[in-house]
Design a protein around this ligand. Structure first.
Ligand code: UD1
Length: 432
């Protein structure tokens, strides 16, 4: 168990590269279960969610070979089980994508209910179940295991999602890939990683059209063959570093990205007085003067991403005036606010809305990450804070950020990774 020890109030300056997108990787790895042959996946992020998913596939009989640090070959042709009920399934939200992939391949899936970040109470999967049922599956949940069975293959049909759900859109795309006939997903989510999954599936021989719009059409094919695919850059990782520069000041070039995916974030930072320049496959972020307040409402893509809500709220703590942040995607995604309060912030939360009164600076404190993106937000607060911040529960952060500490330190941050116990005494000595 580790902690991050941050000596704050250093500007960030320099250049960093962005890794492959976590949320694309965790959809594409289960999709490989449907491929009859070897698929090479490039630009995989080195994060714990990816490692857990690869271990799950290995347990099921997949052969996985590392080609280099970011590239693997996956061969699932020998996987002969529709059961994925291991304990490690509960560690990650994206394990539910195995339902769509296994149903598509075997006509049956027995999958442990997903875990992952626990914001917003129970994270429902009713839209996934509604879709699979409409495609002819019999789905029930018992003792934490989702069982979905079809007599033959799933059958294509039209499914209207009652809420715009990233997970349901992806899961139903997976289910539809090897189904009989055409599946139409209406009111589909449009996130960049949905387009990335469609591109992966199509490059393996699937017929998916319309990804990136609210109507996706999947014509079922008999088999997927092997091939190569490179995962897109991580929109949220890039956005997190943009927010970090906004909070600390400085000038950073964020490389290997798709600036279009960041428009929703760039617009808000510009409103706050931050300079953001599109350099084609990179973006320059610079903050010199004071930050200006603004209002943010999270929405499905292309709206402002809920996965950037904690980070932008943290930056807004340092803006002049009062800002309002509304999370219209997840309820109760403001648990981290209690931790920011220990650093001097002034935030009042009422349901899905936070009222943020700007403060001149954060002060370092011992705090705890409450989930992945909240953990990233606390790192941003620690970077901007006067004094020392010690963050516990950093395993949440390591689920989704590759080499966050070395990337930030290369920009001038002062973050050390400490083991439980030892830093406690250092911290007590310094403040005692
Ligand atoms: C994905 C992302 C997560 C992000 C979220 C919203 C992955 C692995 N995770 O999560 O980082 O925060 O999208 O951009 O890609 N809902 C239902 N019924 C359902 C499914 C969802 O009511 O069957 C509701 C949820 O409670 C939530 C909203 O729809 O309020 C959005 O959820 P969804 O888009 O499904 O999120 P995830 O796919 O779980």
């Amino acid at each position: 168990m580790t902690k991050y020890v941050i000596n704050g109030a250093n500007e960030l300056n320099g250049e960093i590269e962005i890794s492959g997108a976590k949320n694309a990787a965790v959809a594409i790895i289960p999709a490989a279960l449907m491929v009859d042959g070897v698929c090479r996946i490039e630009n995989l992020p080195d994060i714990s969610d990816v490692k857990t998913l690869l271990n799950i596939l290995k347990e099921m009989g997949a052969r996985i070979k590392s080609v280099n640090k970011r590239t693997i070959d996956i061969d699932c042709s020998r996987v002969g089980t529709s059961h994925a009920t291991f304990d490690m399934m509960r560690r990650i939200r994206a394990s539910y994508y195995l339902i769509g992939a296994l149903l598509s391949r075997f006509g049956r899936a027995d999958v442990a209910m997903p875990g992952g970040c626990n914001f917003g109470g129970v994270r429902p999967i009713d839209q996934h179940i509604k879709g699979f049922t409409a495609m002819g599956a019999n789905v029930h949940v018992r003792n934490g295991i989702v069982t979905a069975v079809t007599d033959e293959a799933l059958s294509g049909t039209t499914i209207y999602l009652d809420v715009v759900s990233v997970g349901a859109t992806i899961n139903l795309m997976l289910g539809a890939t090897l189904a009989k006939g055409m599946t139409v997903i209406e009111n589909a989510a449009r996130e960049p990683h949905i387009v990335d999954l469609a591109n992966f599936l199509n490059s393996m021989g699937a017929d998916v059209r319309g990804a990136g719009t609210s109507e996706i059409k999947v014509r079922g094919v008999r088999r997927l063959g092997g091939g190569f695919y490179s995962i897109i850059p991580d929109q949220i990782e890039a956005g997190t570093y943009m927010a970090a520069v906004a909070a600390t000041g400085g000038r950073v070039i964020i490389k290997d990205i798709i600036p279009k995916h960041l428009d929703c974030i760039s617009v808000k930072l510009r409103e706050m007085g931050v300079t953001v320049v599109d350099l084609g496959d990179a973006i320059m972020v610079e903050r010199k003067g004071p930050l200006t307040r603004t209002h943010v409402k999270t929405m499905p893509y292309p709206g402002f991403p809920t996965d950037m809500q904690p980070q932008i709220s943290t930056v807004l703590c340092l803006a002049d005036g009062t800002s309002i942040v509304t999370d219209s995607v997840w309820e109760d995604r403001f648990k981290y606010v209690d931790e920011l309060a220990k650093m001097g912030s002034s935030i009042r939360v009422d349901g899905r809305t936070a009222l943020i009164e700007g403060i001149p600076y954060f002060t370092g404190a011992p705090i705890k990450a409450t989930d992945l993106r909240a953990g990233a937000a606390l790192v941003i607060a620690g970077l901007a804070a006067k004094g020392r911040t010690v963050i516990e529960n950093v395993h949440y952060i390591e689920r989704g950020y590759e080499k966050m500490i070395s990337k930030l330190n290369s920009l001038g941050a002062d973050i050390k990774v400490a083991h439980y116990g030892r830093e406690d005494s250092i911290f007590r000595r310094r403040i005692g």
